[in-house]
Design a protein around this ligand. Structure first.
Ligand SMILES: C[S@@+](CC[C@H](N)C(=O)[O-])C[C@H]1O[C@@H](n2cnc3c(N)ncnc32)[C@H](O)[C@@H]1O
Length: 249
């Protein structure tokens, strides 16, 4: 019998390649909640939620294609970090002609959104459990989203935690890329310093501010999120901003 003698150089190269690959994956997934999508899919201890309105791309066979098909529809609205799903559900009700995709990292809210959408017959809703950023990057075509909604993102008050804020330069650049030419990026916050950060990042990434506060008819017509309802109830001031892509010059 002839035994194949492994080539030492090949083995070493493969090992180095694995190390390089792992290092590259670590670098590109730095700051992502749950790490990169493949690692998460491989190492997650709990299986994805089993519900017809929950999509689990990279974790459940067929869901990557199902997500691409869902987001290929127009109009398309995407909410990032929906939390208690008041806004997501009302948005889907307000736009029965649109597909509405929601992202949330907390499983309980994902389950709640899917259950409520199904109970109310809102077949235009799908939700994904996980960090919106790598999913959007991979699954949504640039220039195709009619409405991006980021409402009351976590403030991360402490200076050393600011890097955890979702509204960073990279995230804003991603949102700007995804917006359709006449699509809207809607964001709200009750954190004054965050307003400045949002406006600065938006203006630095080919977006322009086209509406503010309830004087803007489009913002005034939108549903209210859970946090927004709380602000209104407790008389906490908050800001509403609407951005569009700058027209190509
Ligand atoms: C302060 S809460 C606001 C919830 C809701 N939008 C509202 O206005 O009531 C922020 C939510 O964003 C979610 N979140 C934070 N980072 C996220 C990310 N990268 N992808 C998806 N959801 C995220 C959190 O789990 C949390 O539920």
């Amino acid at each position: 019998m002839v035994h194949e003698v492994p080539d030492v150089d090949d083995e070493r190269a493969a090992r180095d390649g694995d190390r390089d690959g792992a290092e590259e994956r670590r670098a590109t997934s730095r700051g992502l909640i749950g790490g990169d999508l493949e690692t998460r899919a491989r190492t997650a201890r709990v299986p994805p939620l089993d519900h017809p309105f929950v999509l689990a791309p990279y974790r459940k066979d067929g869901d990557e294609e199902a997500t691409r098909a869902f987001v290929a529809h127009h109009p398309l609205h995407i909410e990032i970090g929906f939390g208690r799903p008041h806004y997501l559900i009302d948005l889907a009700r307000l736009h029965p002609e649109a597909h509405v995709l929601g992202f949330e990292i907390k499983r309980d809210w994902v389950r709640a959104a899917a259950t409520r959408a199904e109970r109310e017959g809102l077949t235009n809703v799908r939700v994904i459990e996980g960090d919106a950023r790598p999913h959007l990057e991979r699954l949504v075509a640039p220039g195709t989203v009619d409405g991006l909604h980021v409402l009351f993102p976590d403030p991360w008050w402490k200076k050393r935690h600011h890097k955890r804020r979702v509204f960073t330069a990279d995230f804003t650049a991603l949102l700007a890329r995804l917006l359709a030419p006449d699509g809207d990026l809607v964001t709200k916050t009750d954190v004054p310093a965050y307003v400045d950060q949002m406006i600065d990042e938006a203006l630095a990434h080919d977006l322009e501010l086209v509406g503010q506060g309830s004087a803007d008819p489009m913002l005034a017509a939108l549903p209210r999120s859970h946090r927004e309802k709380k602000c209104l109830e407790l008389d906490v001031p908050f800001h509403m901003l609407r951005f569009r892509r700058k027209p190509a010059s």
